[in-house]
Design a protein around this ligand. Structure first.
Ligand code: PLP
Length: 385
């Protein structure tokens, strides 16, 4: 057999997928490991897709997406963030992940370095490696409220650093960057002449305060902001995201999509358009349900005296398991107590003693799962004493 690319073979598999596949084999397992909304896609969106399929939206579209969807995105950004953007700066992608991958392809040369968060969504590392660049992790830790510090970033920048990925609201931490931090980070990236890839796919899921978008700093010409309909409208399987970038970057991203996906699926684009143009009360009610789940889970952990990072956005709870290795802990939790959580170490070395719980799960299952998790952490603590 011809040899498989080293670049691909060396990329580690996502630890979330690994535990998910184990959990799928265990009947009655409580599944709190994946970031998948517990809601179905709202019916008016599904109807729009059915109609679109019947009406013949079954062909290739422009690389950058249908102009009607790009207009709907511009409308949404005006409505939510009061920013006025020409549609040429909007590139429709296959999920938020597609936009991040294409942005990295446009922003980096082979062997360049990209700063990614530790802990951070595992796909960043895979995607950076996939374009032949190298990840350098910047630390997010309790003492700085899990927010990036310019001083820490400065120590990591070298001659090959080209870009930084910043995620707010954060998966797995649930932190939401305040406007001041957004301004500071953009000023810092501009001084260093770096691209910022701001991953804001959870921008509609914020519990305390408001989301501060990087688009507010749109004057910086190294800024690429990524959104998706996946989490906002419970549309993970439709695979539609979008990036807002400077004109030249957006054009290059659209061009490069030809070589990977050609374009996002037409029927899904029409569904996303219906989501963005249609009633928004579904977004609000889903967000309220995630907040109720957050409060229920925090109450259980408080009762057991277990520490966690209080999430202000996204739908995850970052729980201090206190174990020496979170992968072994999560495997054991699934085998012995039937609860699947994501091991923290798959989000980076900083996650070794943590696990991530998805709050986008039915409330009864979440309560039962978090109770069992808390009991397991306490049992481990007793053993260590
Ligand atoms: N960014 C973060 C932080 C995520 O957690 C996810 C999905 O879990 C994505 C991007 C990708 O979103 P999509 O499903 O739209 O590709």
């Amino acid at each position: 057999m011809p040899s498989i690319s080293r670049l691909t073979a060396d990329i580690p598999r996502s630890g979330i997928r690994a535990i998910m596949e184990r959990a799928m084999e265990i009947p009655d397992a409580i599944r709190l490991e994946v970031g998948e909304p517990m809601f179905p896609t709202p019916p008016h969106i599904v109807e729009a897709a059915v109609e679109a399929a019947r009406a013949g939206y079954t062909r290739y579209t422009a690389n950058a997406g249908m102009s009607s969807l790009r207009e709907a995105v511009a409308l949404r950004l005006r409505r939510e963030y009061a920013v006025d953007l020409p549609t040429e700066r909007i590139c429709i992608s296959v999920g938020g992940v597609g936009a991040i991958a294409t942005a990295l392809r446009v922003a980096t040369e082979l062997g360049d370095e990209v700063l990614i968060p530790d802990p951070g969504w595992p796909t960043y590392e895979m995607t950076v490696a996939g374009v032949g660049a190298l990840s350098r992790r910047y630390p997010l830790y309790p003492a700085n409220g899990f927010l990036p510090l310019v001083g820490d970033l400065d120590r990591l920048v070298g001659p090959k650093t080209r870009a930084i990925i910043i995620n707010s609201p954060s998966n797995p931490l649930g932190t939401v960057l305040p406007p001041q931090a957004v301004r500071e980070l953009v000023a810092w990236a501009s001084r260093r002449d770096l691209f910022i890839i701001a991953d804001e796919v959870y921008d509609s899921i914020v519990f305390d305060g408001a989301h501060a978008t990087f688009l507010a700093q749109d004057g910086y010409d190294g800024l690429i902001v990524v959104f998706a309909v996946s989490k906002t409208y419970a549309m993970t399987g439709w695979r539609i995201g979008y990036a807002v970038a400077p004109l030249e970057v957006s054009a290059q991203m659209a061009k490069m999509q030809e070589a990977s996906v050609a374009c996002a699926p037409g029927v899904s684009q029409k569904a996303a358009e219906a989501a963005l143009r249609g009633p928004q009360d579904c977004v609000h009610s889903m967000c309220l349900a995630y907040r109720r789940n957050r409060d229920a889970a925090m109450e259980i952990l408080d009762r057991h005296g277990i520490r966690y990072q209080r999430p202000s956005g996204a739908f995850y709870l970052w729980v201090e398991a206190g174990c020496p290795g979170s992968k072994a802990f999560a495997d054991n939790l699934l085998s012995t107590r039937g609860v699947a959580v994501a091991p923290g170490e798959t989000f980076g070395p900083a996650g070794r003693q943590y696990v991530r719980v998805s709050l986008a799960s039915p409330e009864a299952a979440l309560r039962e799962g978090v109770n069992r998790l808390a009991e397991a952490i306490q049992a481990d603590r007793r053993l260590q004493q």
